[in-house]
Ligand binder design. Structure first.
Ligand SMILES: NC(=O)c1ccc[n+]([C@@H]2O[C@H](COP(=O)([O-])OP(=O)(O)OC[C@H]3O[C@@H](n4cnc5c(N)ncnc54)[C@H](OP(=O)(O)O)[C@@H]3O)[C@@H](O)[C@H]2O)c1
Length: 233
């Protein structure tokens, strides 16, 4: 059933790993990120775009519709973070984070879901973070952008249920990617202590949740955010 994947943020990090995994399972993957693609595979197609660019995303989904006629799975992975005390946070930084994380997720979801409704099938997985339920100091804007994604996931799941489209979210703990490379080690270690299981998350931990959400047997699971590491909502 799940043959055509659209994944955002595939140039590096978790998105790239997701892409390689689903390609290895025989899927066709359309990926996007602002930069050039970093995957060479005959079943992979890269769009260099910003997920918050409505015109570019709409054009990409139109081309996918023409070429493949469907999107089975959308993974809204593209995201940016910035650690800063609110007293030191410029509005330009807030706009950038909300624009990529929340508006990008919204545009990608709206456009992909339009195509999914035609096939009466779809699986959408969004990226949340444990920074939201942990209310992490220094991450007010990032955590809030992801809190918006959690609420969006819940309401979108209701609005899209009649089309057999599920919408869920994964809330990873820190995973060693470029996203967190500038956070001081001592700070990271103290964050890990807030989890029930005090270790970094891995790509496989995230994949495990995503595979669960997109499995055929998960058609009765929607509107959920699954936090990793034993962090409660
Ligand atoms: N790593 C963690 O600790 C962690 C924890 C919780 C949640 N997450 C979430 O997991 C997701 C992936 O994070 P990651 O750790 O893999 O980060 P990453 O290594 O920094 O990769 C981010 C990816 O998103 C793309 N991207 C960024 N802004 C974009 C935009 N405006 N439009 C299109 N693509 C964009 C980047 O490519 P370009 O630069 O080419 O655009 C890159 O491929 C994010 O949503 C993040 O919030 C990560």
């Amino acid at each position: 059933m799940n043959n055509i994947f659209l994944i955002s943020g595939t140039r590096k990090g978790i998105g790239r790993e997701l892409c390689l995994h689903f390609l290895s399972k025989g899927a066709t993957v359309i990926g996007c990120s602002r930069g050039e693609g970093s995957i060479q595979n005959e079943n992979y197609c890269h769009y260099s775009l910003d997920v918050s660019d409505e015109t570019a995303v709409t054009a990409m989904v139109r081309e996918i519709a023409e070429k493949f006629g469907r999107i089975d799975v959308l993974i809204n992975n593209a995201g940016i973070a910035s650690m800063n005390h609110i007293l030191l946070t410029p509005v330009s930084s807030v706009k950038k984070i909300i624009s990529t994380n929340f508006i990008g997720t919204f545009i990608m979801t709206r456009e992909a879901a339009k195509l999914m409704t035609k096939n009466k099938y779809g699986r959408i997985v969004n990226m949340a973070t444990v920074a939201t339920p942990l209310r992490l100091m220094g991450e007010a804007i990032y955590a809030s952008s992801k809190a918006a994604i959690v609420n969006f996931t819940e309401i979108a799941s209701k609005e899209l249920a009649e089309f057999n489209i599920t919408v869920n979210a994964v809330g990873p703990t820190p995973v060693k990617t470029d996203l967190i490379k500038n956070v001081p080690k001592a700070k990271m270690e103290s964050l890990l202590q807030l989890q029930a299981i005090h270790r970094y998350g891995t790509f496989k931990d995230i994949l495990n949740c995503i595979e669960f959400f997109i499995a055929p047997g998960s058609d009765f699971i929607t509107g959920q955010t699954l936090y990793l590491g034993g962090v409660n909502p």
